[in-house]
Design a protein around this ligand. Sequence first.
Ligand SMILES: [Zn+2]
Length: 358
Amino acid sequence: MKRFLCAVLTAAMLAALASGCSSKETPADSDTAAASSETASSVAETKDEASSAPASDGIDYMVLVNKLNPLPEDWEDKLECVTVKNSVGNDVEVEKKAYDAYEKLKADLESEDIFVDLDSARRSVEEQQRIMDEFTRDHGADYAAKTVATPGYSEHHTGLALDLYLIVDGNDVTENDDMIQYTDIWAKIHEKLPRYGFILRYLEGKEHITGYGYEPWHIRYIDSADTANEITSKGVTFEEYLGAVKSSDVKIDLGSSEIFSEDELKEAVIQIKCKFASFRDCELHSITYAGDETCSDENIARMNDLDEGAEYTQAIKFTSEFHAYNSPVFDPDSEQKDYEWWLARGGEDGWQLVTWGY
Ligand SMILES: [Zn+2]
């Protein structure tokens, strides 16, 4: 039987490429959103290109774009945007339906004397590439990679991610450090998001899944109040929601570990599920912990070799069985066994999915 090698991505490598969300602490100004103040840790991903394709020719409002999932190739062809001017006089580009929903949200908030505006929304891949080139030229490739979001991997490319700023007592509050102080205002805003089809995207304490630190201002339009409600009421990230939807019948065997608690192993399983959800036309059957012996010095060293700059102190392996139907990677209609997932972590950081495949 032929075996195909899967692409091996290193989560830490991608995490090192800072995201394109909040940018106010960077040499580039906030409109370029070139860099990130967000904590980059690991990223779980959940996009399934095969099954979450939109019914019509329009965009898929449930698309997942994060540090491991790029913007779908034909996205920009299908995207319809509007351009609006915000209160500080900058043009902001937003996907059409997301903007309509935002206007309703805004009006609702104003009825309670809460005033917001759009700091930034859509950024094209091209623009991000231009920023990347500029930074590389001026500051070198290493610096650029650390400060500038990888073109193609920012949710802002979708036009569905909106960064809000606050207007408090008639003053524009646009700096992240200032905005984050207004916890009461954000709580009221967040409470209203689902009914207009928005979710808060980067939740507190979920950096190990989203790859981003808490961002009260970054909201994401998903075009369904019901789904937004479900995600919000469960308190899960978009990654976890999509991952769970894609793999609800999976047999999980955590074995018995003397090193890791069940919760620690489950955290690793979430990452695997999320990653698997991006395997096209594949159905996951099982995820099995390979045992404490995989956390050996040799394996830890191997993980550190794979992730340049990483300082992992623990490594674990899981295996999976899954069925590949019409996948571009695996033999057609084949049962895959002993597929490996390697995760590692160091210090207080969460698990990073370092490599996977055979
Ligand atoms: Zn953002």
